[in-house]
Design a protein around this ligand. Structure first.
Ligand code: SF4
Length: 293
C-alpha cells in the first residue's frame, strides 16, 4: 500500500510563528499564560502544556495581574490590550502578522466609511476568536455574516465595506460578494461600483491549500485528514477533500484510525489543517504503515 503525506499540510506560517513565540517565552522558566488555545490541536497543546504553558479563558485573564500573557495567532480585540495595561500584564505578541494587518485595515476602513454612514461587513464564523478581534476594531459596530441569508442584516441604502475572516471558503465569499453587489444595484440607492468596497482577506495559506488538496484527494483511494475537531480551517479543508473523495476520514489522533478503512486499498493520502503539527502527520503515517505490514 502506497502511503503519501501531502507536502503542503501542516502548520501555516502564523501558527508556526505562535508556537515558536510560545516556546521562546517558556524557555526563561517564567509562568506564561496563553489567552485561549495557541491552536486547535489537542495533541500539540498537550506538548506545549508539558513545557509549562497555562491556557486561560477571558474571565481568568481579567482577574490576573503582573504576569505574562501570550496572544495567539487569531489575535484579540483592543479591549484585551486595555485590560493588560490596567493590570500590568506583559503581552507576548503572537498574533499572526496577516491577522494584525487585517485588524488595522478594518479599523482604518471603519474610521473612513462611517463618515459616509457606511458599514463594515465581515464574513466569518460567529464566536470565532479571530472574528471577535476583527469586530473589536469597529467597537463591535461591524456586521457579522456567516451565510448568504445573513445579508438581510445589511442596510442596502448605506455604503458597504466587505471583509472576510482569514480562514473562510473562497467560493462562498465570492457568492456572498455577488449577492451584496446585486442587492445594492437592485435597490438603486447606491452605485455599487463606488459604494461597495471588497477586501478579499482570505489567507493565501488556506485558500492556496484548497486546489492542492482537491488534486491530492483525487489521487488516492483513501484519504486521512488529520486535524483538531475545533479547527475552523480543518473542518473546511476536510469538507473539500470529502467532496472530491468520499473515502476521506477525519481523525485527531492515531487511536481513531480504523484498520478496515484500508482493506483492499492501494494508496492512502494523509493531509491536515494549518494547525496540524507535522510530527502528528508523520505519526499517522507510521501507524498506517504498520497496519499495512
Ligand atoms: S491561516 Fe493565515 S492568517 Fe491564519 S494564522 Fe495561518 S497564516 Fe495567519
Amino acid at each position: 500500500m502506497k502511503i503519501e503525506i501531502d507536502q503542503k499540510s501542516g502548520f501555516c506560517f502564523g501558527v508556526h510563528n505562535a508556537v515558536e513565540v510560545a516556546e521562546n517565552a517558556l524557555r526563561d522558566g517564567e509562568t506564561v499564560y496563553s489567552l485561549g488555545s495557541v491552536m486547535h490541536n489537542d495533541m500539540e497543546m498537550k506538548r506545549l502544556t508539558s513545557l509549562g504553558l497555562i491556557t486561560i479563558d477571558h474571565d481568568r485573564f481579567r482577574s490576573l495581574k503582573d504576569c505574562k500573557v501570550l496572544i495567539r495567532a487569531h489575535g484579540e480585540p483592543p479591549e484585551t490590550y486595555r485590560t493588560a495595561v490596567e493590570n500590568n500584564i506583559t503581552i507576548i505578541e503572537a498574533t499572526c502578522p496577516i491577522v494584525k494587518r487585517l485588524q488595522s485595515k478594518i479599523k482604518k476602513t471603519w474610521i473612513e466609511i462611517r463618515q459616509n454612514k457606511g458599514q463594515i461587513v465581515i464574513y466569518g464564523k460567529p464566536g470565532h476568536a479571530e472574528v471577535i478581534g476583527l469586530l473589536g476594531q469597529t467597537d463591535n459596530e461591524g456586521l457579522l455574516i456567516s451565510k448568504a441569508d445573513d445579508i438581510e442584516k445589511i442596510d442596502f441604502s448605506r455604503p458597504v465595506a466587505l471583509f472576510s475572516q482569514t480562514t473562510m471558503e473562497i467560493i462562498e465569499f465570492g457568492r456572498i460578494r455577488q449577492l451584496i453587489f446585486d442587492r445594492l444595484k437592485e435597490k438603486g440607492h447606491l452605485d455599487p461600483e463606488r459604494d461597495f468596497i471588497v477586501f478579499n482577506t482570505i489567507c493565501g495559506q488556506v485558500s492556496g491549500r484548497e486546489p492542492n488538496l482537491r488534486a491530492f484527494a483525487a489521487d488516492h483511494d483513501t484519504v486521512i485528514f488529520v486535524s483538531g475537531r475545533d479547527s475552523s480551517n480543518g473542518k473546511m479543508l476536510y469538507s473539500v477533500c470529502k467532496s472530491i473523495n468520499p473515502d476521506t476520514h477525519f481523525i485527531s489522533s492515531v487511536e481513531e484510525i480504523d484498520k478496515s478503512w484500508f482493506d483492499g486499498k492501494e494508496s492512502v493520502g494523509i493531509c491536515g489543517a494549518t494547525s496540524t503539527p507535522r510530527w502528528l502527520i508523520r505519526e499517522v503515517k507510521d501507524h498506517i504503515r504498520k497496519i499495512g505490514e
